[in-house]
Write a protein that binds this ligand. Structure first.
Ligand SMILES: NC(=O)c1ccc[n+]([C@@H]2O[C@H](COP(=O)([O-])OP(=O)(O)OC[C@H]3O[C@@H](n4cnc5c(N)ncnc54)[C@H](O)[C@@H]3O)[C@@H](O)[C@H]2O)c1
Length: 423
């Protein structure tokens, strides 16, 4: 995941550049740093990266069980941090992080629930929020991986994979989960006979909505995230694939993506671009520590249900009271940033320009679905400055070149690992 975020920040996102990398595998970090451009530092370890004054913000893409400790380090240094999901592997650790962020008085954490930036999911969200399908009564989610990540357990499938679906249900329906009931089975495809690699999660949410979520991590044929929301006045279903349908010899079909990187290319670009814009504006708007904490509450309750074979309540009243308490302290301070000002060299100052140049759902963004780099999509690209000014030249589809007001010299976005292996 680190490699993808690095490519995105280096090639597509404006207003930031990769300034440093670290990984347990140093050669991996060096290779990634070299591919991100000139002057990218390679750090000995996570701590030295997080503490470095030239590092403005941190992206964490290390394995799940390292997240909570690294996020706490970022909070101690008051560094904005984008942490891949899950924020932590236990509710207790997630709660500690929420409390530390509240204590800080500034919202500095964003979590990688990238489905919230997927154009198809955003269309579903619009349909629900606009009332186009009436009152939502059923959420039907399917989450299939071609094969389980090495070392997966019945519990890690919930912590690592189902957490996306639980967040999706909360976010799309705008309701908290009130009750869970989980069944699991070991399919023939599971390498470990103990692992329940197919799990069906039933939810009751506030507002009377039900949900049925299938998580199958050994589906074999490919990677699929499918979603239908049924309302009392209609339903909305995301399209099955970002590909044309081939009809031939009494057969109609389309290819299926192999993994999440192929399925969600636009979402990964948009979540990074918005994150950087939000940092520059001093106000984070993406999925936050609270969203993560609440989703992990649901995950742990699902684990309890899986073990006991019974339905389990989620303890929503305390969750709700925590929400108002925890949120009260947020957003009090803006992130410390001194932005370079004004136009230079006769160039127009584009300030907060998004280099994707468009809003979600427009043609330009949809074009990003079919391409990995902005350069080949005709979308604007950033030429990284070699003088350390933090600004960049923007080249758009019409060949315009502008100077950006960027972060001050040497204070740019960075992250903490280089990998691209698991889920
Ligand atoms: N949002 C998504 O769609 C999505 C998709 C895939 C993975 N993820 C998440 O991203 C994270 C990384 O997954 P991945 O598939 O890229 O894993 P990966 O195994 O491919 O990469 C992890 C990297 O972290 C390095 N590493 C391990 N411990 C470290 C430490 N303490 N300090 C520095 N580096 C360390 C490893 O050497 C490896 O290069 C996981 O938390 C995973 O859940 C999210």
């Amino acid at each position: 995941m680190g490699t993808r975020h690095a490519e995105t920040l280096s090639a597509t996102v404006s207003g930031a550049r990769v300034a440093g990398v670290t990984d347990l595998d140093r050669s991996r970090a060096e290779k990634l740093a070299a591919s991100c451009g000139l002057d990218v530092m390679v750090f000995e370890n996570e701590r030295t990266l997080i503490q470095h004054d030239g590092i403005d913000a941190v992206v964490i893409t290390t394995p799940d069980d390292t997240h909570a400790g690294l996020v706490m380090e970022c909070l101690q240094r008051q560094k904005p941090v984008f942490c891949e999901k899950p924020l932590a592997t236990t509710v207790k650790d997630a709660r500690r992080i929420v409390e530390a962020e509240v204590e800080l008085g500034t919202k500095v954490i964003q979590v990688g629930f990238m489905r919230r930036y997927d154009p198809q999911h955003l269309d579903v969200k619009d349909a629900i929020d606009s009332g186009a399908i009436g009152h939502p009564v059923l959420f039907k989610g399917t989450h299939r991986n071609a094969e389980a990540a090495p070392g997966s357990s019945s519990e890690s499938i919930l912590v690592n994979s189902a957490v996306h679906d639980l967040d999706s249900a909360r976010w799309l329906l705008g309701q908290e989960i009130e009750e869970v009931y989980v069944h699991g089975t070991n399919t023939g495809a599971a390498s470990d006979g103990e692992v329940l690699d197919l799990q069906v999660i039933q939810l009751k949410l506030g507002g009377g909505c039900l949900a049925n979520i299938e998580v199958y991590v050994n589906a074999g044929y490919g990677y699929e995230v499918d979603l239908e929301v049924v309302g009392d006045a209609g339903t909305i279903h995301i399209a099955p694939a970002n590909a044309p349908v081939l009809r031939k010899q009494r057969y109609a079909g389309h290819p299926v993506e192999g993994n999440w990187l192929e399925r969600f290319p636009a979402a990964y670009v948009l979540e990074m671009q918005r994150w950087i814009e939000n940092l520059r504006d001093g106000q984070l708007t993406g999925p936050d520590a609270w969203d993560s904490y609440t989703s992990l509450l649901a995950v742990e309750t699902c684990i309890g249900s899986l073990h006991s074979g019974t339905k389990r309540p989620l303890g929503v009243p305390s969750a709700r009271s925590c929400t108002s308490e925890a949120r009260r302290g947020f957003w009090l301070r803006t992130i410390d940033r001194t932005r370079t000002s004004g136009a230079e060299d006769g160039m127009e100052d584009l300030g907060d320009l998004t280099l994707l140049g468009v809003d979600i759902g427009t043609t330009h963004v949809k074009r990003a679905l079919t391409t990995k780099t902005a350069a080949s999509s005709g979308l604007p690209t950033v030429a990284l400055p070699s003088d350390g000014s933090g600004g960049g030249r923007v080249r758009g589809p019409r060949g315009r070149a502008h100077r950006l007001g960027g972060y001050p010299a040497g204070r740019e976005a960075v992250w903490a690992a280089a990998g691209d292996r698991g889920n």
